[in-house]
Design a protein around this ligand. Structure first.
Ligand SMILES: [Zn+2]
Ligand SMILES: [Zn+2]
Length: 378
């Protein structure tokens, strides 16, 4: 019997060429926004102020309950306090998601109502509502676009090589998640410009600068109220307010990171990028343990949120997600990854995904780890 020849390189090349061609055809035929809209039950697009208020109250009540019971947690020493911080960060992020709906105009049909509740929910978390609304809108308008996706910087091989040792390793360290949102992103302004300084790169007209001052003042007012409530005791204010806010920042960084970062994500340059393609690079990640419900499905309904960010309130995301998943089924491009190990996954990917390669080709991807290692050893 003649020996079976090993699969030749030509065969492998042909296979990958066929796969690439198949992917290209699938991309060309990707559903349009109209196709998705037709498939989603119309009631999903109805914004209900009472429902939005209900979920906002739920989050305030849960945060209140956590404050009320903090001494029980502290009974278990540092571990108990750490658990309390973790829960405060999680529910704080749920409240952030309610304000996030305000920013997208899905909290209610009235802009002024959205703006009031947006400030009420974001300012206590030390988040400047209007400036963030602006930078976040750019993230949605240009999702997975290498140059224009704001709030979520994509690092290319060249960017990475130009970074100092400290910056490279800071970004890789999952603990940097405690500082990447507040103060680094919102206050210091890395990389989009300060959200608190009216003359930063973020703003292009007087209206936006005034909004920056107003939202900053709302944060200042919350700090003043907290200072009074904590009886001018800065130690207690740090322990029971600033540290929980840092944990909330960590949750926000982790959620955002995991929705957009995974090994086979594709990031596009102008020319290759379009809205549907970019939005479909978003990933739905069920966290389990009731967390998805508590966090208003920002974790497992993110593809739907990206496709219809100004139209779907958070309480309708899952119904819409089911419809979207069905539309995408024949294309095989709906991305969902169960992530019960979300904290581990965040740490693992932070360390692993260093930079994207393929700049100039239109489509950037993460090199596989073997390639990265070979490079490092050169
Ligand atoms: Zn996103
Ligand atoms: Zn959003």
């Amino acid at each position: 019997m003649p020996p079976v020849p090993p699969m030749s390189e030509t065969v492998v090349e042909t296979c990958s060429a066929e796969l690439a061609a198949a992917k290209l055809t699938a991309e060309k035929r990707l559903p349009t926004i109209g196709d998705f809209k037709k498939a989603i039950p119309p009631e999903c697009f109805v914004k209900s102020l009472p429902t939005s208020l209900y979920y906002m109250m739920q989050d305030f009540v849960l945060l209140g309950a956590l404050y009320y019971t903090v001494s029980y947690f502290e009974y278990f020493g540092f571990v108990g306090l750490l658990a309390w911080y973790w829960l405060m960060g999680m529910i704080g992020s749920s409240l952030f998601v309610v304000g996030h709906d305000c920013g997208h105009g899905t909290f209610s049909d009235y802009t002024w109502v959205n703006d009031i509740f947006g400030h009420l929910t974001h300012a206590p978390l030390l988040a400047p509502y209007w400036p963030w609304q602006k930078s976040h809108r750019q993230h949605h308008t240009y999702t997975s676009n290498l140059q224009k996706d704001r709030g979520h910087p994509w690092i290319t091989e060249q960017n990475y090589n130009e970074r100092s040792w400290f910056v490279r390793n800071f970004a890789k360290n999952p603990l940097s998640g405690f500082f990447r949102w507040m103060p680094l992103y919102t206050a210091v302004g890395l990389p989009d410009g300060s959200h608190f300084w009216p003359f930063s790169d973020m703003f292009s007209n007087t209206k936006e600068r005034v909004q920056c001052v107003v939202s900053g003042a709302a944060v200042g007012l919350c700090l003043y109220i907290a200072y009074q409530l904590f009886d001018h005791n800065l130690y207690n204010m740090t322990k029971y307010y600033f540290v929980p806010v840092l944990f909330q920042g960590f949750w926000l960084v982790m959620i955002t990171y995991l929705q957009h970062q995974y090994e086979d994500v594709q990031v596009y340059e102008d020319g290759e990028w379009n809205y549907v393609k970019g939005s479909l690079e978003t990933l739905d990640r069920p966290y389990g343990f009731g967390i998805d419900q508590l966090m208003h499905h920002i974790t497992d309904g993110h593809v739907a949120h990206h496709l219809f960010f100004t139209q779907l309130p958070h309480y309708n995301l899952m119904k819409a997600t089911n419809a979207i998943a069905k539309v995408l089924e024949p294309y095989g491009v709906y991305k969902k990854r169960t992530s019960y190990d979300f904290l581990w996954e965040f740490c693992r990917l932070n360390l692993r995904l260093e930079y994207l390669t393929g700049e100039g080709t239109g489509v950037l991807t993460y090199p596989n780890p073997d390639q990265q290692n070979t490079k490092k050893n050169e």
